[in-house]
Write a protein that binds this ligand. Structure first.
Ligand code: SAH
Length: 423
């Protein structure tokens, strides 16, 4: 063995698991793990496929014994002792220097954004598997970085040290905040922790408060406030950024933004529409939306309501709009509730179709991975038939390019956004 080759723990996986990796995916489910004895939490491991016994082609008793083939090595992965996704591949090659690899991956992710992201200072800088840094999500909001760590391997202290120092070195942010999803940490059996500032470089004259960090960012010429650790901890839906611009390209007249959150679509529509109304059930989200509207000198009506009730009431009252945006939360969390989810989407779309004036624009979205682009189109087509509307497809869109879709990893494509002309 060459001297510099480090012996890693080895995890043996099934043929089915290996086939998935050979098709370009990066996950191995626990059910495909055959042997991972004594592998520590979050370890970097070598993946090997269970040896296949060659078929015996001699007759019985010919004296030839079946020799097992040597195990086939598939690459290097990060191991979780808790998740159903036991292995997340990080390279198809042996990895001797994980630190160097992670630093290179971060620099490559930054270079990708420099090349393809335009007209904004808020975007996803690192998107986990889509950037071959599984378990790490980093969003940039102007001078702030907001990170999320969702696997044992990425949460390990030496690993955190590596990516935090690389991010600081490459981007010199005013502060890095960590957003914690307690449910994810529980599932991954990580110790509980709170969201908070993990490092800061306030710089001269710039005071950063520990429990409340605010900045302002812009996208497509629209200004937004961002509260890193305020009441609303989710951040913005950066994946819709290019769709906001697309919606504004077609919208006019009176617009209704349903499930508006902090006003992403509404604030863009306010550039081109006479009147804009945003609807959401979250008051803190609407309060931030209003502050962003003021920043842009726009007047937008914000309504705190259950969108289903409001759409029913408004359509019963015969209200009419020239543009309606539907961007509900993911209704289909799993394949099991797909039917129910589709019924929910259809109800919303039917109501919206009923309320659109002839020549109106419907922007309808789904961020459920389990609902395909074809499935969404089919649902809208059915709603069009039921409501006797003719629908023309103007744009069939997905997530913004800072949330890359990797061919072979279907889970990296999840957002659908249709821009439709309704007559
Ligand atoms: N369009 C937004 C993102 C929407 S996320 C943007 O581009 O930023 C989904 C939103 O739906 C969340 O803000 C959530 O508060 C809201 N929501 C969830 N269920 C709702 C309901 N039944 N009625 C109204 N809003 C709801």
């Amino acid at each position: 063995m060459p001297q510099d080759e480090i012996v890693r723990p080895v995890v043996t996986i099934s043929r089915r698991g290996a086939d998935r990796l050979r098709a370009g995916h990066v996950w191995v489910y626990r059910s495909d793990v055959i042997d991972a004895k004594n592998v520590p939490t979050g370890a970097l491991v070598t993946i090997q496929e269970l040896s296949q016994k060659p078929a015996l082609n001699g007759a019985k008793g010919s004296g030839r014994s079946a020799r097992t083939l040597p195990p086939r090595v598939l690459g290097s992965a990060l191991y979780s002792t808790a998740s159903e996704i036991a292995l997340r591949m990080i390279s198809t090659k042996p990895v001797n220097d994980l630190e160097r690899l992670v630093r290179e991956r971060i620099r490559a992710a930054i270079a990708y954004r420099e090349r393809f992201v335009e007209d904004t200072n808020a975007y996803r800088m690192i998107f986990s598997e889509a950037d071959f840094l599984p378990g790490l999500i980093v969003d940039r909001y102007n001078d702030l970085l907001s990170i999320q760590v969702v696997t044992q391997a990425m949460d390990a202290a030496p690993m955190r040290e590596v990516f935090l120092s690389e991010l600081q070195h490459a981007l010199s942010p005013a502060a890095i905040v960590e957003r914690v999803d307690p449910r994810v940490r529980r599932l991954e059996q990580l110790p509980e922790k709170e969201s908070g500032v993990i490092c800061e470089d306030a710089g001269p004259g710039r005071a950063v408060l520990r429990d409340h960090i605010t900045t302002e960012f812009q996208m497509n010429g629209v200004r937004f406030l961002f509260e890193a650790l305020g009441g609303q901890k989710t951040g913005a839906f950066l994946d819709q950024r290019e769709n906001y611009a697309a919606a504004a390209q077609y919208a006019r007249g009176e617009a209704l933004d349903v499930f508006c959150y902090q006003g992403g679509f509404a604030l863009h529509l306010a550039k081109v529409c006479e009147k804009v109304t945003g609807v959401d059930s979250s008051r803190p989200a609407l309060e931030l939306a209003e502050r962003s509207a003021a920043l842009n000198g726009k007047e937008i009506e914000w309504i705190e309501a259950n969108a289903f009730d409001l759409l029913r009431d408004y359509s019963d009252q015969g209200r009419q709009y020239d543009c309606i945006v539907l961007d509900p939360p993911a209704f289909a969390k799993s394949r099991q509730n797909l039917e129910t989810a589709l019924r929910g989407y259809k109800e919303l779309n039917l109501r919206a179709l009923k309320m659109l004036r002839a020549g109106g624009i419907l922007v309808t979205c789904s961020c459920s991975y389990h609902i395909s682009a074809a499935g969404l189109l089919e649902m809208v087509q059915a709603a069009g038939l039921d409501s006797h509307r003719i629908i023309r497809l103007l744009e069939n869109r997905g997530q913004a390019k800072d949330h890359p879709t990797v061919l072979g990893i279907p889970e990296t494509a999840y957002l659908k956004c249709l821009v439709l002309l309704v007559s």
